[in-house]
Ligand binder design. Structure first.
Ligand code: SAH
Ligand code: SF4
Ligand code: F3S
Length: 466
């Protein structure tokens, strides 16, 4: 419900007070980061400037995550400090956005009465209107389901080279452990034309790489009815990739996250044909055991998953494959856990994001009585992480002494004499700059690099002339 409540407790005492600096802290996934960049764009459009310090900002916005309990607890400790600050500076505007805001809604106002605005992810593009209500002295809660309108301001992006572009919001899956569908709502695809316009404007502003974003990106277009792409009867992710491929200036296209249940052969073929689409697929498997996958309601088997990877590798042998996995799902036995380790070793992943299962509100698995004790969770997570690191290190060997095309994004923050970029397969790479080239600006360029050193999660190399 969109609720507004007039408030007197923290009403501005001094109407001449100019509140114009903002601070955003983002928790959670790329989706939340992309949302924060759009909200920063809206704030800057309203005349706000980015604050240097969280504790000096006139407006503080926490864009929150609730995927696991640990993510949630972190937010409360951050909020507590700002709530205290508000007692000294009543003009301070406190905003909580994102998935925890959606999950808790109005009850957050009871927990933290100092809050001015509680807003769910579907309301990001509407920040300006919501702040207007706050400015007229209301406490506002915006968590009702809405149609997500296009954001007409420019996002304030962290990178000047790589940009995230949302193509579908929400998720219609019902994985039994996951809070996302209840906090991000139903799938809503953006229209191809709006996506293309955004990418064109990114290209005009010198962006070189885009990553199309969706929780289940293969669902793109399912909710659109009608013909939206000239010359095509369908509006799928493959159609969209073809439709946006030829925008001048953009050199690389990525997308995430793929769901094994919907990942099609056609998509792999499309990626192979489209030169700018990078050879990197993020396809979470979650568990290497069929019974656990069934309990998770994932809708595929280990064999089906392996087949997808075989299909990719038969067409793109060098593609990098990354995934997410959860250990200690309710009832997971030692052997079932071993199946997950086995799958990682069988596939040889480039990277796996790992997590121990955390019970989430309003999800079926949270109510099951066969939860795994914390000490076993910890042990399994540690063992999983070791296996993942070993695999990443092994996979990275294939880059050693190879020439790789690196898109330079900036300088290595820990060593400013090195450039930093990524391979097409998304490996972070540090590049030594030859002394005679120190004066040149490489940012935004793709350069040839000979890889001289490989570690578990990054590479180092030297620039080649050609
Ligand atoms: N849409 C993506 C994932 C979104 S959430 C997909 O379907 O794969 C990101 C990751 O968080 C998930 O892949 C999962 O590995 C992890 N995750 C989600 N819910 C979790 C929970 N309750 N406990 C632990 N990890 C969880
Ligand atoms: Fe969560 Fe499953 Fe949707 Fe991914 S596909 S966001 S894991 S419900
Ligand atoms: Fe992302 Fe966390 Fe929400 S992972 S979708 S920000 S719950």
């Amino acid at each position: 419900m969109l609720q507004t409540k007039s408030r007197n407790d923290f009403k501005s005492q001094n109407s001449k007070f100019i509140s114009n600096s903002y601070w955003i802290t983002t928790f959670g996934c790329q989706m939340n980061k992309a949302d924060s960049e759009r909200m920063a764009g809206i704030l800057e459009n309203l005349g706000y400037i980015r604050a240097e310090d969280e504790f000096e900002a006139d407006l503080v916005l926490y864009n929150t995550c609730t995927i696991r309990d640990s993510a949630e607890q972190k937010v409360y400790s951050y909020l507590g400090r700002q709530a205290k600050r508000k007692h000294k500076i009543p003009e301070l505007k406190l905003v909580i956005a994102g998935c925890l805001a959606q999950q808790e809604g109005a009850s957050l106002l009871r927990k933290v009465p100092e809050l001015d605005l509680v807003m769910g992810p579907q309301h990001v593009n509407n920040l300006e209107n919501l702040l207007e209500r706050v400015d007229s002295g209301n406490q506002v809660v915006a968590t009702e389901d809405v149609y997500i309108s296009e954001d007409i301001t420019n996002a304030r992006r962290e990178s000047g080279i790589c940009a995230w572009v949302n193509i579908i919001y929400g998720c219609n899956e019902r994985c039994s452990y996951c809070v996302v569908p209840s906090v991000r709502g139903k799938e809503q695809s953006r229209l191809p034309l709006a996506i293309k316009d955004e990418i064109k404007s990114l290209a005009k502003n010198n962006y070189k790489e885009i990553t199309l974003l969706g929780q289940n990106i293969d669902a793109y277009g399912r909710d659109l009815s009608g013909r939206f792409i000239e010359g095509s009867d369908t509006t799928s992710l493959s159609d969209l990739l073809e439709y946006i491929h030829d925008i001048n200036g953009i050199k690389r296209i990525r997308f995430a996250t793929s769901h094994p249940r919907y990942f099609s052969k056609k998509l792999i073929q499309t990626c192979l044909q489209l030169e700018k689409v990078c050879e990197h697929f993020h396809i979470p498997f979650q568990s290497g055991n069929n019974e656990i996958l069934r309990l998770m309601s994932r809708g595929y088997t280990v064999d089906k998953y392996k087949k997808i990877i075989d299909n990719i590798r038969s067409l793109m042998p060098h593609a990098s494959i990354t995934a997410d996995a959860i250990v200690a799902f309710p009832g997971e036995t030692e052997n079932q856990f071993r199946d997950t380790l086995k799958l990682i070793n069988d596939i040889g992943f480039d990277l796996v994001n790992t997590a121990a299962y955390s019970p989430r509100p309003n999800t079926p698995a949270a109510k099951w009585t066969n939860q795994i004790p914390e000490d076993i969770k910890k042990d399994r997570l540690n063992e999983l992480n070791e296996t993942v690191e070993l695999n990443s290190r092994k996979r990275n060997q294939r880059y050693l002494y190879e020439n790789e095309n690196i898109l330079i994004e900036g300088y290595n923050p820990k060593n400013l004499s090195q450039l930093m970029g990524r391979t097409r397969t998304n490996r972070l790479t540090f590049v030594e700059i030859p002394p005679e080239k120190k004066h040149l600006d490489f940012i935004g360029n793709e350069i040839n690099v000979k890889i001289k050193e490989v570690r578990s999660f990054s590479l180092s190399g030297v620039m080649l002339d050609r």
